[in-house]
Ligand binder design. Structure first.
Ligand SMILES: [Zn+2]
Length: 297
């Protein structure tokens, strides 16, 4: 158990007491220790350790049922090919508080003691908000990489470019940047393939027949003029992502198209009551509550 850290500041050695968020897992060696001071004045110590990584399953042994396609959406944060939805992260209270405290800051005299105090209040809210986002990303990554042999996500930079500025708020809110790295980090840790797929036209392509039908962002239904397949926009996209992931990874699938498998799952899902909030999906992965923010932001 580590209880303190030493840091040299201007020639003096500081003894910093350490409160561990969790025990260090079994490891071969501590590689690096990083000590960082947050704008709020709080110190953070992170340990980079070497561990034995589990092997990822052989491609030949992977069943398409043990893989998942994840669509990162506008209305729902996440829609996956097994019928789960994760609602948006509600940061409205924090945002309101932030605006209020920022206004208060602008009324203080720049550089004064009161200004400095208020600056810390603002910095703390920023920190709380980014902690919540990071936490959610780690929980999601943990959830999916511990349940599946392979997880397929879209190439996010291209996706946000394609969907344009009307989607900016949603993107900014969650900050999808760093998500893939976090998934990859958990994938390594839990022995799960994490594959980024081409996001071009994932919402246009029909998951059942592959024909592309352009539809603007506000059209929430996929209805294929070529084969008649209908599904929710994000639902269809999640199947397309899974299909692309499977072929990228080289997994053959014997029974049915992902779309067929997915439709079956969707029925069960709809019966169980529509969209779920981030909580139930995520809570199963709660051991990651204290996941270190090693990968990503
Ligand atoms: Zn079709």
């Amino acid at each position: 158990m580590i209880t303190q850290c030493l840091k040299k500041v201007r020639g003096e050695t500081l003894e910093i007491p350490v409160r561990m968020h969790r025990d260090l897992p079994d490891h071969d060696a501590i590689k690096t220790v990083t000590i960082k001071k947050e704008p709020t004045g709080a110190w953070f110590v992170s340990f980079c350790i070497e561990t034995v990584k589990p092997d990822k399953p052989d491609i030949e042994t992977i069943d398409s049922k043990d893989t998942i396609g994840i669509d990162l959406g506008i209305i729902n944060l996440i829609r996956d090919s097994d019928g789960r939805s994760v609602g948006r992260l509600d940061l409205s209270d924090d945002r309101e508080r932030l605006e209020r405290e920022q206004r208060a800051l602008s009324r203080k005299q720049n550089g004064s003691n009161n200004w400095e105090k208020q600056r810390r209040v603002v910095a703390e809210i920023h920190e709380t908000m980014s902690d919540k986002k990071r936490d959610l990303k780690h929980k999601l990554a943990h959830f999916y990489t511990t349940r599946y042999d392979a997880v397929f996500l879209e190439d996010l930079n291209v996706k946000s470019m394609l969907e344009g500025p009307q989607n900016a708020r949603n993107k900014a809110e969650v900050g999808w940047r760093g998500l893939l790295e976090i998934f990859q980090h958990h994938g390594e840790k839990h022995g799960c393939h994490v594959v980024e797929v081409d996001s071009h036209g994932t919402s246009k392509e029909c998951a059942a027949c592959g024909v592309e039908t352009p539809k603007p962002v506000w059209v929430r239904e996929h209805s294929c003029p070529a084969c008649g397949y209908t599904a929710g926009r994000d639902e269809n996209a999640s199947f397309v992502i899974q299909k692309r992931g499977l072929s990228e990874l080289g997994v053959g699938h014997s029974e049915g198209t992902p779309a067929e498998t997915g439709t079956a799952t969707l029925t069960t899902f709809t019966n169980s009551g529509g969209t779920v909030s981030a909580r139930p999906v995520v809570e199963t992965g709660s051991p990651t509550l204290k996941e270190p923010a090693k990968a990503g932001e």
